[in-house]
Design a protein around this ligand. Sequence first.
Ligand code: ZN
Length: 587
Amino acid sequence: MHSSAPSPEAWLRRRGVLRPFGRRRVVAGAVMLSALPLVGSAQAQGGGEPDVILSGMFITLDAALPRAEAIAVRRGIIAAVGTRAHVDSTAGPTTRRLDIPGVALPGFADAHVHTLALGELLETLDLHGLSKAEVLGRVRRAAAAAPAGQWIRGAGWDQALWRPPEFPTAAELDSVSAGHPVLLDRIDQHAAWLNSRALRLAGITRERADPVGGRIIRDADGAPTGVLVDSAVALATRVVPAPDAEALERRLRAALAQYAAWGLTSVHDAGASLRELAAFRSLAAEGALPVRIYAMAVARDSTLARTLARGPEVGVGGGMLTIRSVKVVLDGALGSRGAELRAPYSDAPAERGLVLASDATVDSILRVATARGFQVSVHAIGDEANRRLLDAVERAGAAGRALRVRDEHASMVRDEDVPRFARLGVIASMQPVFVGEYSRFAEDRVGPARVASVYRTRDLLERGTVIASGTDFPASDAGDPISTLFSMVTRRGADGTPRAGWQPNQRVTVDAALRSMTAGPAYAAFQERELGALTVGRAADVTVLSADPYALPPDQLRSLRVLMTIVAGRTTYRARESPAGRVAPRR
Ligand SMILES: [Zn+2]
């Protein structure tokens, strides 16, 4: 539903010079990014006294000075790192002091989020982890409270949690919806469950043919049952009234505040519309962004064309907003059998998934985006979609590689394709919390032999791939970085299951996981000189945890709490102490 061929060469018309990407050092394939330039450690940078000195315990993720007691910050940039005595010696009469509780790390990034969807989720029914009866209960309560005729929205249901694990029906929703149209997104946002009123408003009838790239689930007589898959979902969402500008901004602000509370200092928005980009720009101009945003514009006609025509926007609003990537979607998701597989689904032998962008479309977007200085971020889940992406990068040659093409999800990668990521400089933008979801259905979808190719984090790392970790929330079980760390190290989902870990041979160390949440996303956003470690000259972005993650047994990583979030030296979140002295729980 995200794809369409780009219009011809209209946007190739160059307005102004291209940005000097060529000067940037490309470190394709550096496993843990240890080859990145590390700025000197315990030296203060010239140019005046620090605004603030942070004191506490710092894990810098800088090999030259892994631990430190204090950091001096000047104009949002780290001016000194080292012992308390050394950093204190840089203070001037106006320098403020801030004691940091817990253990401070470089600010956590989430390399794949959907900010507006999170904002909508915060205003709609959160159905994650609920039984069908619980979902229906929530809808019943919301319908009773809503003004007549208003759409009831929800997201996060997952039939894989139900017994039997079958798609639900419109009739089930009709019994609780009191005449309201109801639309509930599946957890992967590649399917939706509607009631009969919503189906009627969307014009989805027995006569309505399946749209290209989508499916209307039907009963034996051909009548729609209430579930729409992939591009068919758009038939319904397009009749839902869009939020006005005020509602859009309210939702974005709510999501951004949530990110700060989760300890995030940077997020990569994986598919923003023109309206969302405009709202990000105005929030950046107001100084109202509590989190750095690296935005990928959706590669659809007008959004792609206008974004490319405008050119990359780097570090707007004091470094808080960068728009330099476009997002292309190659296939659907595995849960709804939309992921493009080479061989048929094990549990649906007639199906191989959906092709949402052809090779010609991908080649064309790579060509025009790269020419305009934009990175291309490509959603690829099935093994065939991943192969097609790698082939396209290979065809694009050196120009495409310099722009650090990102494989968003890299969910199912065949053996022969694993080494191609590092060789072609393709970044694997992965979501460790997906292992929870995949543990529930991946083997059913692809069978016992192919399941070893699903979410092979360690295989990719060992072959030199740069991994940028994220969550894809709300299209996943959890959006907080503690869940990412826990899932990547233990291969257990955000809820802790399966206890033994799913495909535990793909576990990685705490260090590798933390780097994929800091240096990895920084590299994926061309920000490795500014972010990703606590060293002199980089931004003072800090996430403060309740304990040292290196010292915890892996199964206790989930107990970590975020105590404080700091962006450019400014506190964007501070946990409340409860009367018992405990920190209020996250989320
Ligand atoms: Zn996504």
